[in-house]
Design a protein around this ligand. Structure first.
Ligand code: ASP
Length: 324
C-alpha cells in the first residue's frame, strides 16, 4: 500500500510538472559551437522568438563547444529530461554518426526531436589579402600554392568540415585543415589572415561579405541566392564543380524521455517562433530560409535526419576521415 501511494505521488508530481512547464525556471538551448558563429546566431534569434510563446520565461544559450559539435550534443543527451535543456544542432546530427567512431550517444535514440528550424546555404570565402578575386582565379591560386593552403573548420563532423572535404575532393587537392571550436573564431582568423579559406553558413558570412571584410567566391546551393549581399555569387556547380550541393539545416532536440506534454508545448512554441515576422526577417537577411513544411513536425524531423544520415554516410566513408 505504501509503495502504491508513493507511486501515485510520483506520477502526480510528474503530471503537475508537465502542466506547469516551463514555470519560472529558465530554458537553456545548448549550442555545440563557439559564441559568435552561425549556429549560435540562429540559436539566439530562436531563443528570442520562442520566449513569448513560452510564456515569457528566460531562454538562455549555452555554448558547449568542441569536438565538431559532439560535446554539446552529448551534454544534452545526458541532461535531465524535463524540457529545460534543449539542443540546437545542424547537419552534424547526420554526419557525426559516420565520422565519429566512439560517439558517446546515439543520434537516433537518445533525443526527442522537436522540429526543424531553417535551411542555410554555405559560402566559400577567403582572407581579404588573398590575390584571387573570383572562383576561376581561386582555382589557379590553389594550384600554384598546392600543399601550402590552410582551410579553417569547426572540427570533424562540423558543417565546415563536410563542405571543406567536398571542396578538396572536387578539386583533387589536399589542404591543411585548421580546427576551431566554431566558425565564429575561424572567421576572426580568416579576417586577420591567419587562415586562407573557409566554407561557412551564410548566417555567419553574409555580413562579412557585405562589409567586404572577406573575399567571397561561391555559394554551395544548387541555385544562386536572392539575399542582396549574396545574389551576385555564382554557385560552385556553375563554376565547374558539377553536382556540388550542400545546404545546412538546423533542428531542435530534447533529451530522450522528456514528458509528452512538455514536448508538445516546446513544439508549439517552435512553430509560433517560425511564424514570427521578426524572426523570419532576421533569418532571411542572413540568407537562411525558415522551415514552413512538414519538417516542423517531430516525426518528420526524425525521418529527415535519418534520410540525411543515409545520404551522407557513403560520401563520408569514401572520404575516409574519422575522429575517435
Ligand atoms: N559553422 C560551424 C560548422 O562548421 C559551426 C558554428 O560555429 O556554428 O559546423
Amino acid at each position: 500500500m505504501k509503495r502504491l501511494l508513493l507511486l501515485v505521488a510520483a506520477v502526480t508530481a510528474i503530471a503537475a510538472q508537465a502542466q506547469s512547464f516551463p514555470g519560472s525556471k529558465p530554458i537553456t538551448i545548448v549550442v555545440p559551437f563557439a559564441a559568435g558563429g552561425p549556429t549560435d546566431r540562429v540559436a539566439r534569434d530562436l531563443a528570442e522568438a520562442m520566449r513569448k510563446p513560452m510564456g515569457g520565461v528566460s531562454i538562455l544559450v549555452d555554448n558547449a563547444a568542441g569536438a565538431g559539435g559532439s560535446i554539446g550534443a552529448n551534454k544534452v543527451a545526458k541532461a535531465v529530461a524535463d524540457g529545460h535543456t534543449l539542443l540546437l544542432h545542424h547537419i552534424g546530427m547526420a554526419t557525426m554518426p559516420t565520422l565519429v567512431r566512439n560517439l558517446p550517444f546515439k543520434v537516433e535514440t537518445d533525443f526527442e526531436y522537436l522540429g526543424m528550424v531553417n535551411d542555410v546555404p554555405m559560402t566559400l570565402i577567403g582572407r581579404p589579402s588573398l590575390p584571387a578575386n573570383n572562383f576561376k582565379e581561386l582555382t589557379a591560386w590553389i594550384k600554384d600554392n598546392n600543399g601550402k593552403i590552410n582551410l579553417g573548420n569547426a572540427g570533424i563532423g562540423a558543417a565546415s568540415h563536410l563542405c571543406g572535404l567536398m571542396f578538396q575532393n572536387a578539386l583533387k587537392t589536399d589542404m591543411t585543415t585548421v580546427p576551431y571550436k566554431g566558425t565564429g573564431p575561424a572567421m576572426t582568423d580568416l579576417i586577420g589572415g591567419q587562415i586562407d579559406l573557409l566554407c561557412d553558413q551564410t548566417t555567419n558570412t553574409s555580413g562579412q561579405i557585405e562589409a567586404k571584410k572577406v573575399k567571397a567566391y561561391a555559394v554551395t546551393t544548387a541555385k544562386r541566392l536572392t539575399t542582396p549581399a549574396l545574389k551576385d555569387l555564382p554557385t560552385l556547380n556553375e563554376s565547374g564543380l558539377k553536382g556540388f550541393e550542400v545546404t545546412i539545416w538546423h533542428g531542435l532536440y530534447a533529451p530522450k524521455g522528456t514528458p509528452a506534454d512538455v514536448l508538445a508545448k516546446l513544439n508549439a512554441a517552435l512553430k509560433a517562433a517560425l511564424k514570427d515576422p521578426d524572426f523570419i526577417k532576421k533569418q532571411e537577411g542572413l540568407g537562411a530560409v525558415v522551415v514552413t513544411d512538414k519538417r516542423v513536425e517531430p516525426a518528420e524531423h526524425k525521418k529527415f535526419v535519418a534520410d540525411e544520415i543515409a545520404k551522407w554516410s557513403p560520401i563520408l566513408k569514401a572520404a575516409g576521415v574519422y575522429a575517435d
